[in-house]
Write a protein that binds this ligand. Structure first.
Ligand SMILES: Cc1cc2nc3c(=O)[nH]c(=O)nc-3n(C[C@H](O)[C@H](O)[C@H](O)COP(=O)(O)O)c2cc1C
Length: 287
């Protein structure tokens, strides 16, 4: 058990920043419990957008994204976290906190949090050389695979809608030069989905810090035929696609407006008098 522990003001600030994480439908399906043992992350199933396996995937991916945002915000505040993932079937992650000075890379990621958006606009022009290779290496640190979706296999359907197109006539991108990336994992477990969510957070923050635009997408993967065709074509059938990330040069003009977030008071219970307290009303994430 670490002896030093952040003040509640620091913890509130960190969790407020972490809440800027992307989440499917901006549902923010997470809960935090903080005691002197550290911070625990739980899924909030009441905020799931449905009951299908795809909806469950969206919840865990979103929780992975907020976990990574939280670790980055903690590190920038001078607290590194030792993370135990899925320590039991109710807690998605337990973070034990230790004092530590942030490195330059962490500072850059943390600074990118407020300027990152799910940017659904069309992107124009090419990525700087080496960008995809850099992001592939970053994804590997999370045990996650990253590949490019062949450009003939995705389409822009409208202002903010994208689809995979296997079997249909070539649809075109309607002037969108984006590169479409696919994040995949070796297994399709909740633990793997959590890691994929962390990678989505890391990759979109890294993109923002490089001055690029990005948008995570899972809706295009919800048609099982397209998901299977993508898996076979890009991964020889040997990985599980978890999400797409649209990536490209940031369009000119203002950033898309920041979407609302739940307050720390709505998502968090604090029990700072105790080393290890019981979290009320938890549902197992592994049914
Ligand atoms: C797991 C996940 C899936 C998402 N899927 C989609 C999607 O299919 N289509 C879309 O337009 N946005 C998608 N998003 C982006 C969210 O809608 C966006 O993060 C949320 O509205 C908050 O906005 P912000 O990221 O700009 O803060 C997804 C985000 C995550 C983390």
């Amino acid at each position: 058990m670490p002896t030093a522990f952040p003040d509640i003001d620091v913890l509130e600030d960190v969790l407020d920043v972490a809440a800027r994480a992307p989440s499917a439908g901006n549902a923010q399906p997470w809960r935090w419990h903080v005691d002197r043992g550290g911070i625990r992350l739980l899924a909030d199933w009441t905020r799931s957008l449905g009951d299908s396996d795809d909806d469950r995937r969206d919840v865990i991916l979103s929780c992975g994204a907020v976990l990574h945002h939280c670790a980055v915000a903690l590190a920038a505040a001078g607290w590194s976290s030792r993370i135990q993932r899925t320590p039991d079937d109710t807690v998605l992650a337990a973070l034990e906190l230790h004092r530590s000075d942030p490195g330059e890379g962490t500072r850059e990621l943390a600074a990118a949090i407020t300027g990152r958006r799910a940017d659904r606009r069309s992107y124009h022009g090419a990525l700087p050389a080496g960008t995809v290779e850099l992001l592939v290496l970053r994804a590997e640190r999370f045990g996650v695979r990253l590949a490019v979706v062949p450009s003939a296999r995705w389409a822009r359907l409208g202002d903010a809608e994208f689809a995979l197109r296997y079997g249909d006539p070539a649809p075109g991108h309607a002037g969108d030069d984006a590169v479409m990336l696919v994040v995949a994992t070796e297994t399709d477990s909740d633990a793997a989905r959590l890691r994929a969510g962390e990678a989505i957070s890391d990759l979109t923050l890294a993109a923002a810090s490089l001055g690029l635009a990005s948008c995570p997408l899972t809706n295009p993967l919800k048609d099982p035929r397209n998901r299977l065709a993508l898996t076979c074509e890009v991964f020889d059938g040997e990985a599980h696609p978890q999400a797409l990330i649209k990536l490209g040069p940031r369009p000119d003009g203002e950033l898309p407006p920041a979407e609302d977030r739940r307050s720390v008071a709505e998502t968090t219970t604090f029990d700072l008098d105790r080393d290890r307290s019981v979290v009320d009303d938890v549902e197992p994430f592994a049914p």
